[in-house]
Ligand binder design. Sequence first.
Ligand code: SAM
Length: 533
Amino acid sequence: MTDNPIFEVDVLSRPSVAASSSQSDNDRYVTDITYTMNYKPEINPLLIDFSFLLAGLRAPSIKTACELGFGQGLSLNFHAAGSTISWYGNDFNLKHVLFAEELAKASGTNCLLSPQAFRAFCARDDLPDFDFICLHGIWSWIDDENRSIIVEFLQRKLKPGGVAYVSYNALPGMTDVMPIRKMLSEHASLANHDEGDLASKIENAIAFVEKFLAINPKLSSSFPHMMQRLNHIKKQPKQYLAHEYFNSDWKPVHFTDMKSVLEPAGLQFACSANLIDHFSDIYLDQDQIDFLNSIDDVSMRESMKDSIINQQFRADYWIKDPQPLSPADKDAALKAIRVVLVKDFEKMTPEFMTYMGTASLHQSVCDPILAVLSDYKPHSLHDIHQAVEALSLSIEQVLRVVAIFIAKEDLALANSDEVIEQVSHSCERINTYLLARGTIADDVNYMVSPLTGGGVLVPNIEQLYLVGRRRKLPDPVSWMKFAWDVNYSRIGGILGEEPGSTMPEDDFGDELKAHVHQWGGKKLPILLALKIK
Ligand SMILES: C[S@@+](CC[C@H](N)C(=O)[O-])C[C@H]1O[C@@H](n2cnc3c(N)ncnc32)[C@H](O)[C@@H]1O
């Protein structure tokens, strides 16, 4: 969250958040440290059509959508600005809602953004029924009562055929984090000494667990990766740690338990929103595949797959009344779903990460497909398939390659030309706001593309180059000088690699010149193709 006084003034002029959320909710969930400025491509509605095509299911048309607990609201606002969908959402942290509202005002979209807690928001009688309800990073971090409120909301407000997206910390993969998390949160809340604010409590709690692990406790023999986990935790920003580990509630669950909770709301498991999950034949060996195939019950199979890969985090679509994809639906989906290259074509590699390590696509299959996309324009799956006809690839092979490059975030799903036209103005407005903000704060590292209807990584330094370019400064070196000046007046230098550090003045010149020339030659053309300027 920015320290800019403008936002603080807004906070004071708003009604107290206590008016709309219960005391117990605020007591249980961290509110004194705001959440990170995240963008989550997993909840871009465009991903539903593609995932459902892979799963052989008919995807609903999404007109109304709701994001519960939207955090800073970057994802919600990007998805609202970049689509024709009406978005609704809530988050009980008033600072989050104020920032989200700034973005909504900037883009001109009519989102309903409520500072109410789930209890009050889900009980409202003025909300429409939704085609899509999503909650990312919520389920494992709230109490049972709030989980019941959300299940009831899904049952009542999700339309027949509607899709729910729910992500959560999964078992068995999170088993060895459970004792660490318990020690961290208990140290922060129970330790009997004056430790100041939550940020210092987090630091002290981490130091405490580190000390504990150093005395060779027997617990480490049951969970040999605890130190590794703690070292990973130490590297995360406090904003993230506060929300991940320092709430009263932190509950990883098994897939089958999730199913038992959601089924009474009329929801059935549709498929994973993590595209790699759709290709277990790539990362499981034959014995593992045979073992899973011997299990009749679909959910038991899914759960045992989690145990094979030691699943730590699930992000799934659930649906009311799933319908299989007919041949006509499949044909329509192949023509309607489009993808666009969002990273440097020359840097594409066939390797990708799976749950079991690195895998690789056949170069002979992925090269021709990527070549079709090398113009940085959207292409339908149907057109890509036709364009590589000479190689006699099946449509399934094309889908597989495309899915893996989407999972790697090298490709993104793209809107239709008609939608791009309709949403370009709202995306341009939100980007203009973000660029102006980028000259006073460096915490938002994304901009929105009307092509992808979602966020694209544009770190602050690149945002400043774009501002320099917008100001018609003549060449990359002048954009770089502009970025230097802005950062100099803001923080006394250009940000170095270490958080909070600045590069010495002597060093920055050549390094930054090389950076801006590289950026101007390689990344800028991609951003312009994505209509980010
Ligand atoms: C871990 S953050 C995730 C934010 C966002 N969904 C994302 O993925 O970036 C959880 C969010 O849920 C909100 N939250 C937690 N409990 C809530 C409640 N009872 N009612 C409304 N919002 C709540 C918090 O303020 C926080 O912004």
